[in-house]
Design a protein around this ligand. Structure first.
Ligand code: ZN
Length: 254
């Protein structure tokens, strides 16, 4: 399966470096599959949909998943599935622009965002995205034993949710068996927001203190972050795996 890397959002936080919403577009036998979806057209037309966090992230106009899919030469109507690392607005907002696609998320994330909302979750999850009765497959449990002591839930052939909670109560990385940016076959692991500053797992990069501080400030279960970073470093060191994350521009291929 060919894996494309797309920019589905650009944000200009007042306190830090510019960041992107890095998503994957997979040419899958069941149709096109998006992994995460950035922000949506309606969000950029009416940023109040995004709630108060928009002031911290400041999404920039003109960059969405649907635009990126079109610019990559694909028909948005062919997007059949959206596999979500979690349901924060900068990951699920763009899914609304693919009304016929089936969403995949962990059951823990779906309940935290829709039926068991507590504390910070009241503002971080936006019912403008979640309340429009999308077709959702919420996947329960931890899945099966996977690489390096982790577990994985296969949601489509070759595409798995890898539970990695901490940023949110149901956060998962997404693993895709496919063709990597360098042309080789292997696994692309989209870590979502399990890490903000990619230097946590890639020691060749320099530390970005503001991204680290922001990650801690928005984490639902902060004590889980360190373990996730260590797991991602182990995966990054695995020659079969390419690790990317959602927001660090330095790990966007090319
Ligand atoms: Zn995010």
């Amino acid at each position: 399966m060919r894996v494309h890397h797309l920019v589905a959002g650009r944000m200009a936080p007042p306190l830090g470096p510019a960041i992107i919403c890095h998503v994957l577009l997979v040419e899958h036998p069941d149709g096109l599959v998006l992994v995460d979806s950035g922000v949506g057209r309606d969000d950029l037309a009416d940023p109040k949909r995004l709630g108060p966090t928009r002031h911290l992230l400041r999404p920039q106009p003109g960059v969405t998943a649907i635009d990126a899919v079109e610019q990559a030469g694909f028909d948005p109507a062919d997007v059949a599935h959206v596999v979500l690392t979690h349901l924060d607005f900068d990951h699920v907002g763009g899914a609304v622009d693919f009304p016929d696609a089936t969403w995949h998320t962990t059951a823990a994330e779906w309940s935290a965002a829709t039926t068991d909302i507590k504390g910070i979750e009241k503002t971080r999850y936006r019912q403008a995205h979640l309340g429009g009765s999308p077709t959702v497959r919420s996947h329960a449990g931890e899945g099966d034993s996977w690489r390096h002591g982790l577990s994985a839930i296969e949601v489509l052939d070759g595409i798995s949710l890898v539970p990695m909670i901490g940023h949110t109560r149901g956060h998962a990385a997404v693993a895709v068996q496919g063709t990597r940016p360098d042309g080789g076959e292997g696994l692309v692991l989209h870590a979502g927001d399990a890490v903000f500053d990619a230097s946590h797992y890639d020691p060749s990069l320099s530390k970005v203190g503001i991204l680290r501080a922001f990650e801690k400030s928005v984490a639902r279960i902060p004590k889980r972050l360190k373990g996730n970073h260590a797991a991602l470093a182990t995966l990054h060191a695995d020659p079969e795996v390419t690790v990317v994350n959602a927001h660090d521009t330095r790990v966007f291929p090319g």
